[in-house]
Design a protein around this ligand. Structure first.
Ligand code: NAP
Ligand code: GLV
Length: 309
């Protein structure tokens, strides 16, 4: 079995070691520009179009992440019969749950305010905020969204969630589609975005939608930078409608040094690390999916190209 691997400059040795361990029978080669040698599988993250263009020889294309926008938007003419398969959790769910819980608790328990007080040597106890006034709205109820929701439920936060198709999840007020969005937003004190980036979700965190959140709301974006209209958020923070934002993803990454977000202390920035691909778990998941495909069995995480996720 031949596998082509796209090197994006990160952790190549670790990936090669993990793939050798999980797929000892495979011949894994690092793809080079101009290489058209037939292969069975490709393992990629934001590939060049030339790597996948018209590669009808492949039995599947594996994403090294949960998101597949980097593949679908690469400009490659992907043969329709070749499935694109994403990582399903593979150790990312618990990281997402940690990241979002940390951000929510920072706002709810006013740790951001206590940190400012501490820097001024100010001893200032404050009354707790009311949990019932801190309804969390999660955009996206997929593999990672559900992990986030379960984690927040252990702290007894009231939860709204929004997805394409309506869902029945215990203790969660579920909304779906365009028609459910306004009510979802108007009752969400903290908005968490964990949607895939598609034509339908691009720019969803815009002025019109964010201004429907209650005044003093918070935004946590752990999905993709292109979900957010960055200048709209700045305007809403500056006029006080949005009290703060924890952003892990940006339209341009790394975030440019002269970007206004660096100057805004109500915005917390992390470098796209909310849930990092775990190399051993991911190589093992890909190996198991390949084994199932080779036996003609179904696998999860096959992307619906029309929907874009
Ligand atoms: P997933 O299982 O495919 O879940 C996607 C969810 O979004 C589903 O609930 C889906 O609704 C909903 N959705 C999609 N399009 C929608 C629309 N137009 N309207 C309403 N709901 C819509 O994906 P996942 O594994 O949870 O991952 C989500 C995203 O997280 C990835 O695509 C990636 O961009 C991002 N991510 C970020 C990081 C990071 O470190 N920052 C790490 C990993 C992943 P249905 O359930 O009704 O289909
Ligand atoms: C990371 O952003 C991923 O999509 O896995």
């Amino acid at each position: 079995m031949k596998i082509i691997f796209q090197d994006n400059g990160n952790y190549l040795n670790e990936w090669m070691r993990a793939l050798k361990h999980s797929l000892p029978q495979a011949e894994v080669s690092v793809w080079q520009e101009g290489d058209h040698t037939p292969a069975d599988y490709a393992i990629v993250w934001k590939p060049l179009a030339a790597m996948l263009d018209g590669r009808a020889d492949l039995k599947a294309i594996f994403s090294r992440g949960a998101g597949v926008d980097g593949i679908l938007l690469s400009g490659a003419a992907l043969p329709p019969q070749v499935p694109v398969i994403r990582l399903t959790d593979a150790g990312m769910g618990v990281q997402m749950a940690e990241f979002v819980t940390h951000a929510v608790l920072r706002y709810f328990r006013q740790f951001d305010v206590f940190a400012e007080d501490s820097a001024l040597k100010k001893w200032q106890p404050r009354l707790p905020q009311k949990r019932e006034d801190f309804r969390i709205g999660v955009l996206g109820m997929g593999v990672l969204g559900q992990k986030i929701i379960h984690a927040l439920q252990t702290f007894e936060f009231p939860i709204n969630a929004w997805s394409r198709n309506s869902k029945n999840m215990e203790g969660v007020q579920s909304f779906s589609g365009e028609e459910g969005l306004a009510e979802f937003l108007s009752s969400s004190k903290v908005l968490v975005c964990i949607l895939p980036l598609t034509d339908e979700t691009r720019g969803i965190l815009n002025y019109k939608n964010l201004s429907q959140l209650p005044r003093g709301a918070y935004l946590i974006n752990v999905a993709r930078g292109a979900h957010l209209v960055e200048e709209d958020l700045l305007q809403l923070i500056q006029n006080g409608h949005v009290a703060g934002a924890a952003l892990d993803v940006f339209a341009q990454e790394p975030l440019p040094l002269d970007h206004a977000f660096w100057q805004e202390k109500r915005i917390t920035i992390t470098p796209h690390v909310a849930a990092v691909t775990m190399i051993d778990e991911s190589a093992e998941q890909i190996a198991q999916k390949i084994a199932r495909l080779e036996r003609g069995e179904s696998v999860d995480g096959i992307v619906n190209r029309q929907r874009g996720y």
